[in-house]
Ligand binder design. Structure first.
Ligand code: TYD
Ligand code: MG
Length: 454
């Protein structure tokens, strides 16, 4: 038999290379390729067109058991899931270590258990004593969660086989799980995939909602959650700056719902608190208007969230290359806006350092933020505050035109409700409330004229 070819598997995305390389050719992560034992490959000529069992076809509208979603007991978690847990589904919960995944899932498991459904929480990272200590601190010690510390998938499945299938099964984390039928240490791509496969199969067969915790890792020593993304029904990411108290739960993939809703939480002394009305969360709350600060009504799913954008411009004396640093927004998008401001409006940023920050640790992805970012930049450059209680919205094209945005009316109504009096945006805007003064900015140059006062 021919010697099996060597292969190297990326621990981040699962991509396969036939020689070792410093950078994964699939996901461009560095130092993530690890040699892997190839699986046996059956001959391609093997005939599969016989000897199988006939599968049954069903009509799309066939009446029968439609899965009923089940609440996690946390409305913000349900919202991010698109309306609750779907029985028999698998959810991957990714996030940086220490962001609060275990806390969130312990709270959800307790709420499910208190609601009368059974919940099983398997911790592979912490001893049960540690989890119980946390539960006590969170005031959840009386919830009838079935808690166990285990890492062997065989032990876990054997145990589950002896009890009524739980409504919610939490595995914290998949990278600590181990299957004795698979070679390799826990956390490698083959172990993570193999263990997830067995657990997902259990969940599908028994109608349990399964949540797999997956740490996001930067080095290649353990497999990242991306290797599992195609195997699960829902991929969620729990995000936030560890130094800030706010956490955002976002669905990146959802076979049962939209991926644009977020759940917002605040990490407090007693665990994660739900933030049902996040619209004012990311504003600094200061009274005096400040140069370089603009407020943007972002959309998160169906909810508007007002976000403060802060820009700082520092003129350089020497000929050193000026820095551009961005927190919470896209670097490339900032470079584009600066280029448009230079090319279309005659401003000069070339000898200045530009810093852009989105307040409160918020990560802005909405393209309608362009005009607000431009307003913050121009205000910082001119060292003049923008009009008091004003909001800015609109996408900016390379030609410097301000383009219409989605859900404009909804954004303006929310801002008006929260006491904002003036809005600046594209000429095409429907549904502006009458209490709000709406001013059209069709061209970026017009913004510059307004702010610079020329
Ligand atoms: P944890 O859920 O262990 O994070 P993960 O499972 O994602 O690694 O949360 C860890 C952090 O949360 C820890 O730094 C402390 C903080 N925390 C609180 O601030 N309040 C609390 O009530 C709890 C339980 C944790
Ligand atoms: Mg944890």
């Amino acid at each position: 038999m021919a010697k099996p070819k060597r292969r190297y598997v990326c621990q981040e995305c699962g991509g396969v290379s036939h020689r070792w390389q410093g950078q994964c050719p699939d996901c461009a992560e560095w130092n993530t390729l690890v040699e892997d034992v190839p699986a046996t490959v059956f001959s391609q000529k093997h005939d599969l067109s016989g000897g199988g069992r006939a599968v049954e076809f069903v009509a799309l509208d066939q009446p029968g058991e439609m899965p009923v979603r089940q609440s996690t007991g946390l409305a913000e978690f349900d919202r991010a899931l698109g309306g609750g847990l779907v029985p028999g589904s698998a959810i991957l919960m990714g996030g940086d270590p220490g962001i609060g995944k275990s806390t969130l899932l312990l709270q959800a498991a307790a709420a499910v258990a208190r609601g009368g459904q059974s919940a099983v929480y398997i911790s592979g990272e912490e001893a049960s004593g540690q989890v119980r200590l946390r539960a006590a601190r969170l005031g959840l010690a009386d919830a009838p969660v079935r808690l166990a510390a285990a890492t062997s998938v065989r032990d876990i499945l054997t145990t589950l086989g002896g009890i009524e299938p739980p409504g919610l099964l939490v595995i914290d984390s998949i990278q600590t799980m181990y299957s004795d039928t698979i070679e390799g240490a826990p956390g490698t791509v083959s172990q993570v995939r193999g263990c997830a496969f067995e657990l997902i199969r259990y969940a599908k067969e028994n109608g349990s909602a399964l949540v797999l915790v997956g740490h996001v890792t930067k080095d290649g020593t353990i497999a990242g959650p991306r290797v599992l993304e195609h195997m699960v029904d829902v991929v969620m990411s729990f995000e936030g700056e560890r130094s800030h108290q706010y956490r955002i739960l976002r669905a990146l993939k959802n076979r049962f719902g939209a991926v644009d809703e977020i759940g917002v939480f605040a990490m407090a002394g007693e665990g994660l608190e739900e933030v049902a009305n996040p619209s004012l969360l990311f504003l600094s709350g200061r009274e005096e208007p400040l140069a370089g600060s603009a407020v943007f009504p972002a959309m998160e799913g169906t909810r508007p969230v007002l976000v403060e954008i802060q820009a700082l411009i520092v003129r350089l004396q020497s000929g050193a290359t000026p820095r551009r640093a961005v927190v919470g927004w896209d670097n490339g998008r900032l470079a584009m806006l600066l280029a448009v401001l230079e090319a279309r409006c005659g401003l000069n940023f070339s000898a200045a350092e530009v810093y852009l920050n989105i307040a409160g640790g918020y990560r802005l992805t909405d393209p309608a933020a362009d005009l607000a970012v431009a307003a913050a930049l121009v205000s910082a450059l001119a060292d003049r505050p923008l009009p008091d209680r004003s909001i800015w919205l609109g996408e900016v094209s390379l030609a410097g035109e301000v383009r219409p945005v989605a859900h404009g009316g909804l954004r303006l109504r929310e801002a008006s409700k929260l006491g904002f009096g003036i809005a600046f945006g594209p000429s095409d805007m429907a549904g502006a409330p009458s209490e709000l003064e709406y001013r059209t900015v069709g061209q970026l140059a017009k913004l510059v004229d307004r702010v610079m006062g020329t």
